[in-house]
Write a protein that binds this ligand. Structure first.
Ligand SMILES: [Fe+2]
Ligand SMILES: [Fe+2]
Length: 215
């Protein structure tokens, strides 16, 4: 019995309407996931859902950890709203796992995420901007991959396809929110580092792995 499709996602975080176009324009990824990514995920859905649960948990943690930076003290309410939304996503994935009879289990670390996060520099402005850009890219890739999964699942598991489709806008909003926060701190530095991170992401995202993970 699949009950989760009827649950409504509660989105507490909203970008201002003028940024809606920005979301479409700014998801400017430079490479597609490796060829083997979608078949791997489709063949390991239960394990990938466990990874997805951890991904949402880590997204909530990440929003809260950004609140330690002085440059973001005025954005604490926005970051709390994102963290709350990610926790809601986390709980929805846990409900799906329970519905499928899949136990919640240990996280698997992602080479792609580590490859991004390992490049965060120390220093005033540098660290917070890099941290925001890594968080933005993780949200952006989630947005992209949830859309791909929703399309692939449509004919196979319609309720799960709907669930992934429902998450796309939210993760896209988070991507744009983090990018805007970085630009507000230092636009020139953000643009320069975004160029670096888009190249790094494009290189890392095409390295296939056999791990049952989304990223
Ligand atoms: Fe999320
Ligand atoms: Fe998110």
């Amino acid at each position: 019995m699949t009950v989760y499709a009827t649950k409504k996602l509660i989105s507490t975080y909203r970008l201002a309407p003028e940024f809606e176009v920005f979301v479409d324009e700014m998801l400017m990824l430079r490479a597609k996931p490796s060829e083997s990514w979608l078949p791997k995920v489709m063949a390991n859905l239960d394990a990938v859902l466990v990874d997805h649960a951890h991904l949402e948990r880590k997204a909530a943690t990440s929003a809260l950890s950004l609140e330690r930076y002085q440059e973001l003290f005025e954005r604490v309410a926005d970051l709390n709203a994102i963290a709350i939304e990610e926790l809601e996503h986390f709980q929805l994935v846990l409900d799906i796992l329970a519905d499928r009879g899949v136990p919640f289990s240990h996280p698997i670390s992602s080479p792609w995420i580590s490859g991004l996060m390992d490049t965060i520099r120390k220093g005033r402005h540098e660290q917070v901007i890099d941290h925001l850009l890594c968080a933005a890219l993780i949200e952006g890739r989630s947005c992209e991959k949830f859309q791909l999964l929703a399309e692939a699942l449509a004919q196979v598991e319609a309720p799960l396809a709907k669930f992934y489709g429902d998450l796309v806008e939210s993760e896209g909003n988070h991507y744009a929110a983090y990018l805007l926060m970085a630009k507000e701190i230092d636009e020139a530095e953000t643009n320069s580092r975004l160029d670096f991170y888009l190249d790094l992401d494009a290189e890392l995202v095409q390295q296939p792995n056999d791990l049952p993970i989304l990223h």
